[in-house]
Design a protein around this ligand. Structure first.
Ligand code: DC
Length: 373
């Protein structure tokens, strides 16, 4: 055992007491769990906060997490031109069995920009949020918003099945011709062997390339969406894409959306959400999306397509769409996207605190007067 220090930083969305406390708790839980620090072995925590954070001392979060004997201190940060606003930094010193070179410093949300060298560096377990649900429930919009708020990478797995469908269509395979599944299986499997699928992240946005060509927009066509649902029943297709998805989630923190993420692709995701909405709402959202892209569609047609796809996705043999036992159901029918985003972030933070407690911490029994330390 030796004395080690781990550093970290996180940005806060608003100068409000609850926001500062929950961001600080998130930061502390990540520093502690990633470095396997034990609660009683923490010696001191030094916090700094930028001048624009005025409502509460970040150290109050440490008290609320039960760090009552560790020495806590807060200081206002130096103001340096161009530095990141609304930022809390922490330096945790603890007795620990790891050598200092193996200590992981933790930079979250916008603060990942401060240490890009660490963001994708060797990790002792990246964090994942899995979002599953039927078409039109708002998965991709929300997954994108949550990823942005937490500084995670957004991975859209539906886009990969769409790319596989587009590839088959371009190779002349009619996925919808009602041909026997066995015949379709063989031709699809043979064709897929030559599929050169590449996923790139450009300015945080996922881009899909097929044989070197950017198909990010082309795969949004509704015929390709139906093809994706048809091609996704084939186990060989799923195996290939699931391996790719797991690889993406290995090295960086992700919000991944799809149909089987919580049940199959990332069963150890820190948070699993099953996103749902009533059919009428989902149809309205799909129509709005299509209109924004300059495409007109009939409501009855969109409803029929959604029903068929959901039925196929939920009843196929290979990893059908269903709620994971430990997923939280979130019905977005009557929520704005901002309200839904806040709910997911809140669930994620509560989950992080829970995993911290599982790690040997108990919530502090101390009454904390937030502005008085
Ligand atoms: O989410 P989306 O509409 O882009 O997905 C297109 C189809 O791909 C969907 O109907 C079913 C399939 N899919 C899947 O089987 N598993 C996933 N993880 C994601 C999508």
């Amino acid at each position: 055992m030796g004395i080690r220090s781990a550093r970290g930083a996180i940005t806060v969305m608003r100068d409000e007491g609850d926001e500062i406390l929950s961001a600080t708790k998130e930061l502390l839980s990540e520093i502690i769990t990633r470095n396997q620090f034990k609660h009683d072995d923490v010696i001191s925590i030094i916090f700094t906060a930028t001048k624009d954070l005025t409502k509460v001392y970040p150290a109050a979060a440490a008290r609320e997490l039960g760090f009552t004997s560790a020495a806590l201190m807060c200081a206002e940060e130096m103001r340096v031109e161009g530095s990141l606003p609304m930022c809390v930094r922490a330096c945790v010193t603890a007795e620990c069995g790891l050598p200092q070179r193996d200590i992981e410093h933790v930079y979250l949300r916008e603060a990942t920009r401060l240490r890009p060298d660490l963001a994708r560096a060797r990790r002792r377990g990246a964090v994942a949020i899995a979002i599953d649900g039927p078409g039109g429930a708002g998965k991709s919009t929300l997954a994108k918003m949550v990823a942005e708020a937490l500084g995670f990478v957004y991975v859209d797995t539906g886009a990969m099945y769409r790319a596989a469908a587009l590839y088959c269509m371009r190779k002349g395979i009619d996925l919808s011709d009602g041909s026997l599944l066995a015949r379709r299986l063989q031709s699809v499997e043979a064709v897929l062997d030559s599929m050169d699928l590449e996923i790139k992240f450009v300015d945080g946005a996922q881009k899909i390339f097929l044989c070197g060509g950017d198909v990010t927009e082309a795969i949004r066509d509704s015929a390709v969406g139906t093809g994706a649902s048809q091609v996704s029943v084939i186990p060989a297709v799923r195996e290939k894409l699931v391996a790719l998805q797991r690889k993406l989630a290995q090295d960086c923190d992700v919000v991944m959306d799809g149909r089987d993420i919580g049940t199959h692709v990332l069963p150890n995701a820190r948070l699993k959400i099953y996103l749902d909405a009533d059919l009428k709402t989902r149809v309205t959202r799909r129509l709005k999306d299509l209109r924004e892209k300059g495409r007109e569609a009939e409501s009855v047609e969109v409803e029929r397509e959604l029903r068929e796809r959901d039925h196929r996705d939920m009843t196929r043999d290979a990893s059908p769409l269903c709620k994971a036992d430990d997923a939280v159901v979130l019905d977005t029918s009557n929520l704005t996207r901002e309200e839904a985003r806040e709910k997911i972030i809140e669930l994620f933070r509560r989950g992080s605190e829970f995993s911290l407690r599982e790690n040997g911490l108990t919530a502090g029994s101390l009454e904390v007067t937030r502005n008085v330390l």
